[in-house]
Every structure is written in C-alpha cells, then in structure tokens.
Write a protein that binds this ligand. Structure first.
Ligand code: HEC
Ligand code: HEC
Length: 225
C-alpha cells in the first residue's frame, strides 16, 4: 500500500522529535536545549525530520534544506514564527529560536553540500509535452500563469534569495505548498506572486507540476547565485 508506509514513518519521526526534546504541537521549546544538544550548530533536533545531511524526507513532506539560500531559509523561519506561513510543526520550533539562532542555523544549512541522494531524482522524468512540463516551462497565459521556470530557474534550480529551488524537493512537499497558498495558510510571498498563480491551478495541475519538478535532476552546484 502506498499510504501505510509514510504514515508509519511520520509517526516514528514525531516520536524521535519528541525524544529529542521537541513538542511540535505543544508549548514552545526552551531555546537553550537547542544549543546544548551536542552539536555546535544546534541543528540536531532539525535532523530528525530534515535529515543529518539536510536532504529532507520525501514521503513525509519534510523539505530539503541543504544548499538552499541562507536569506530564504531565515525568512521562512521568521515567517513560521510570525504566522505568515502557518504550520503546526514548524511554528513552535521557529518560535523557540531567537533571531541570531535562526540566522546561524540558516547559514549552516545554506553551506551544506547537495546531498548525494538528491543528485538523482527519485522519480522518472516525465515527457516534455506532459501537462506538468508545459506549466513549468511555458505557463498558461490564458490564466496569467507564467512558466514556473521564469522565476525558479531552468529545471527549478532556484535563483538568488527570493526564488527557492524546486528541484530536489519532493512532489509531496511542492504539492503541500501550492495547496497552502491556495487555501491561504501560506501567505508570505512577496507581491502575492505564488498566491495568484496557485489560485489559477486545478488540483490536477498541482499534481502534474509537482511531479515534474520532483523528477528534475539536481546539479551538484545547486542553485544559481
Ligand atoms: C517534527 C519534524 C520537524 C522538525 C523537528 C523540524 N522541521 Fe522544519 N519542517 C517540517 C515540515 C513538516 C516542514 C514543511 C512545512 C510546510 O509544509 O509548510 C518544514 C519546513 C521547514 C523549512 C521551510 C523550507 C522551505 O523550503 O521553505 C525550514 C527552513 C525548516 N523547516 C527549518 C527547520 C529547522 C532549522 C529545524 C530545527 C531547528 C526544523 N526545521 C525542525 C518538519 C520539521
Ligand atoms: C513570478 C515569479 C514566480 C513564478 C512564475 C512562480 N513562482 Fe513559485 N515562488 C515565487 C517566490 C517569490 C517564492 C518564495 C515565496 C517566499 O518567500 O516564501 C516561491 C516559492 C515557491 C514554492 C515554495 C518552495 C519552498 O521551498 O517552500 C513552491 C513549491 C513554488 N514556488 C512552486 C511554483 C510552481 C509550481 C510554479 C509554476 C506553476 C511557480 N512556483 C511559479 C515566485 C514565483
């Protein structure tokens, strides 16, 4: 069955996160526990979900952090804390960190090399004329949807601090974000760029374009500067 395994893994990850001292759904965590967990960067608790190498957990929708732009990562942590990006798991975690810790952890993940496991996409690349490929490369101008690559770079490699990479993220994670914008629980994008275009996408469009990006190879160089 496709559904059983991710649920079991998710439960396991929550258990290990709790063992490490997090209470993702409960009260804020004492920030000093974070610094004292035995690694210089205080990232041990993050590793239980995002992986020691920062590769994330595809099936559970835990994103890759390794090699993402440091300013982008810091903005996301600030947004989880402020509620501009609503997420019950990340909110208490981001709130437990002060501004300096958020910056230090973001810089740490930004410098991590692209994990080898992500160099080869988990899924097959779909055809160039698939609906997901057309949305990604050309967009749908009848609905004022630009091609995703125009902002996220060729193959979704990412561009600078504002346009995060989509290559190297799982279809589950990408789909969750597009749905979050559509439902209004993620409302942190500059100029509402993602809100407007997510609203124009059908559930099927979202599935197709998420699958296409999840199948893009991630070069060892990662994002363009
Ligand atoms: C219990 C699991 C869990 C733990 C522990 C955890 N995260 Fe997360 N993290 C998530 C999930 C789930 C998401 C995706 C939320 C969403 O869908 O919006 C996420 C998203 C993120 C993002 C957004 C990435 C992006 O591409 O926008 C950042 C940054 C992040 N986490 C950093 C951290 C840091 C730093 C720590 C440790 C201090 C941490 N996380 C600990 C589960 C976790
Ligand atoms: C006009 C520019 C623009 C276009 C076109 C665009 N995006 Fe985005 N996208 C953004 C910006 C800006 C962000 C970062 C928002 C933030 O700061 O949190 C983003 C973030 C995302 C994220 C979140 C990534 C993460 O790590 O959390 C996903 C997923 C995404 N876009 C998917 C898409 C898809 C799929 C398309 C095409 C259908 C698309 N985007 C087209 C500007 C764009």
């Amino acid at each position: 069955m496709r559904t059983a395994a991710p649920f079991a893994r998710l439960a396991g990850m929550f258990a290990s996160a709790l063992l490490l001292g997090w209470s993702p759904l409960g009260a804020a965590v004492d920030a000093s526990t974070l610094a004292n967990l035995g690694d210089a960067h205080g990232v041990a608790p993050c590793a239980s979900c995002h992986g020691a190498d920062g590769a994330g957990q595809a099936a559970a929708g835990f994103p890759r952090l390794a090699g993402l732009n440091g300013a982008y990562l810091r903005k996301q942590l600030d947004d989880f804390a402020s509620g501009a990006r609503e997420n019950a798991v990340m909110k208490p975690i981001a709130t437990a960190l002060d501004a300096d810790e958020r910056k230090a952890i973001s810089d740490y993940y930004a410098k991590l090399p692209i994990p080898a496991v992500l160099a080869k996409p988990a899924t097959e690349n779909s055809k160039d004329d698939s609906p997901g490929a057309l949305l990604a490369t050309r967009g749908r101008w009848s609905q004022q949807v630009p091609g995703c690559e125009q902002c996220h770079g060729p193959g979704g490699v990412g561009v600078g601090e504002h346009f995060p990479p989509l290559a190297g993220q799982s279809d589950v994670y990408i789909r969750n974000q597009l749905k979050a914008w559509k439902q209004g629980t993620r409302h942190n994008d500059p100029l509402d760029l993602m809100k407007h275009l997510s609203a124009a996408l059908s559930d099927n469009d979202i599935d197709e374009v998420s699958a296409w990006f999840a199948a893009q190879p991630l070069s060892a160089r990662g994002a363009t500067p």
